[in-house]
Design a protein. Sequence first.
Lengths: 354, 604
Amino acid sequence: MNKVKSLYIHIPFCTNICDYCDFTKLQYFRNFAEKYLIALKDELNSYPIKNLKTIYVGGGTPTALDDDLFEELLKIISIYSEGVKEYTFEANPESLSPFKISLLKKYGVNRISIGVQTTNQKILDNLNRRHSFSQVIQAVECLKNNGIENINIDLILGLPHASKKILRQDLTNILKLEPKHISCYGLTIHSHTALFNKGFKEPNEDDLRLYYDIVEEILVANGFIHYEVSNWAKNGYQSEHNMTYWRNEQYYGIGLGASGYIGETRYKNTTNLSKYLARAFVGDKEFVSNNDKITYQIMLNLRTIEGLDVSIVKHKHKEITEMIDRNLLKLENNRVFPTYEGMMVLDSIILKLL
Amino acid sequence: MNFEQKKIRNFSIVAHIDHGKSTLADRILELTGAIEAREMKDQILDSMDLERERGITIKLNAVTLSYHADDGEDYVFNLIDTPGHVDFTYEVSRSLAACEGALLVVDATQGVEAQTLANAYLAVDNDLEIVPVINKVDLPSANPQMAKDEIEKKIGIPCDEAVEVSAKTGLHVHELLEAIVKGVPAPHGDLNAPLKALIFDSYYDPYRGVIVLVRIKDGQVKVGDKICLMQAGKEYQIIELGIRTPNELKTDVLTAGQVGYIAAQIKDIKDVRPGDTVTLVDNPAKEALPGYRIMNPMVYCGLYPVDSDDYLDLKEALEKLTLNDASLQFVAETSQALGFGFRCGFLGLLHMDVVQERLEREYNLDLILTAPSVIYRVHMTDGEVINLDNPSKMPDSSKVSYIEEPYIKANIMTPKEYIGPIMELCRDRRGIYENLDYFDDTRMVLTYELPLSEIVYNFFDKLKSYTKGYASFDYDFSDYKRADLVKLDILLNGQVVDALSSIIYRPDGYHRGLGIIRKIKTVIPRQQFEIPIQAAIGGKVVARCDVKAVRKDVLAKCYGGDISRKKKLLEKQKEGKKRMKKVGSVEVPQEAFMSILSIDEEDN
């Protein structure tokens, strides 16, 4: 029986590269994108994909494709999208044109994740992001006019020149758009990114925590549920696709550099476009033993307030009790899950339970 | 080979560290045909990797060589290598006792140094004939005449016939071999007397048991003979005899004057003590040879396995090391913080370092060392005197009348421009000034009495950095002196950590305490709760700092592609945590236990 119910598709192209980005991404060239879509179709065909519950198209920038190629992509996916409960596209505000939005609507996409990062224009310019907040407002309005209400906004905390004041302003601006879902990520600076090369540093632990405290305070006050370390949603709008990862369930990963988990194998596709176009899709494979599976279960399940079946860590009774006393964990209905405080220091919790 | 006594020459090479002793030994080996040049590793007698890496000789080593001299005769040379570092004086005296002569090597660019003097005096004490050798004469900055003048003036050995060599290029090493034939006396043992053989080293061989290296002083010994180790009172039958060239060469008999090895299925390494005398059961010697001055350890520390399952392995490894390192001592001890381990005694800090590295490399052990301590003499109010080698065992202060600590006499030889900084350093370390003398036109010898505990704590490094490496240093135990000492405790999360206790000079209490806790703060990672670190003297907290609780440690993103990477990262962290010790509920990394040693005054 096929238990894989989720599909991730990676579109690696961007019209411009953001300074912090560590994902598999390439400057957009139409010529490559055309070939890429054909290869992508072949890769999809190589798996027995059916009866999906969620599809997530991420990048790169899926909306960077020219309109005809964008529709081509939607057509390729349409074979699999029937009956899907949650169908997400990632988008940049500047490339989310009314025409593309109409295509998304037409092909049944029902959730959009917009990379906003901050609403502060100076910081955006510094990051080589080519959009303004007014473009975000227009895009959101247009999505809503097309009946796509399930919108996520991504924010990055601790960007160069960030401050608590700017963060509060960001949150106020974004709440006015009435998104159903907000993701907040601490800035991580990877080598080989422009930010790293410019000598910028990641925010320190204490500053980053202060930023998260502000987000928590404001979003919870506005009716959001903090359901995962970096994710807040209105009730009923938790991302089903992302929950697949955190429930340690299987998923297909399709496209350059995408990762998947099928059966007892976790795999990562090649990040080399020539190899990908030569149909050498899979790069690394990891066999997941029963022990590994438990490790994954612990580290992933504890990220959300759904938590972990306590019987999996029953030999850690003392540690769990201690952490419940420290207000890091809670135990209800035989599931152990993190408090807000626990989500912030989840690594230290997991290390005690592994 | 011809083993007539008059054709035998037994000698050691002594020198200040880096004056080229091991290189010269290699060259002698090469010229006597013991090894072909192409077989040579650099410094073949330094058999441990550690020795070769650090360029120091730790273990002594003996080799038998044959030499066809210019007089047409064939001679047998027994070369016994010696360590050059001040910590290993004991080993030098061991090898000297097996010889009739010593080559005193002096670097022609450096002249006489502190340990040249110390080692030369040891050789003279052992009634050895000294053959002066001026080395490194190929270097442009060499000044052989200066080196000779210094040997004559400072040590009182005539240098008319000193050989000027370059061990590196082999220049005049042949002349040196001739000088050995002429200058080193032949042994004059009594072939017909009962067997007396001096044990000067031993090592363990898994197939043959303990192999004993001996110098036959009187009589002879054959395969099959029953022997007795006089001090240990143990008897064995000899199954194999031989010499090392340096490859082992079996023989049927060893006679007076020879140096060789004995294998007698000796199982218990504790039975073989260097300095003991081997004799025959059937025809025993009346009395044993004088043996060695037993060197007492000066520095003690706790040695604990990181993984408590390794305790027995550590014990076995220490037993093996003591086999040929009589100066290493150990007894089992328990620490609340560290579990089961050993209190070990060392001749000095380098010795401690070397033992630690050998345990970690040769025996593959992960160790935690507590800060080194000297032996304090604690006088109790009831008149009892306790020798204290573990600060955490300090009796309650109400029962202590006074405490004495060991002092050393340090001779520091230095170019005169560094006298000021060195005197300041010695004053900071509670040194008592004794003397200042000109050694020659440019160098002076400063004599200070210093508490040993102050030397233990980064004195060498300081001396080196104050003098750009030009000062040389030699010390000897002098006596115990009364001092205002007090136990400094470190508390983690309110709990005294026994392994972090130290005994300090009371007026330094606050600064030392603060220095230590600040250092510890930098090595303890943030944990799920705030951890106060306190320094306390006599139960009273004198300084405090805190390790804040972890505030944010989880990476914000964990989607499809991040999952495998994140697992690997967590597993790596988990491994790192395994290397930490749990003190109460606090996880403490190994470095914390050494932080007492590594604090710098600048940090205070």
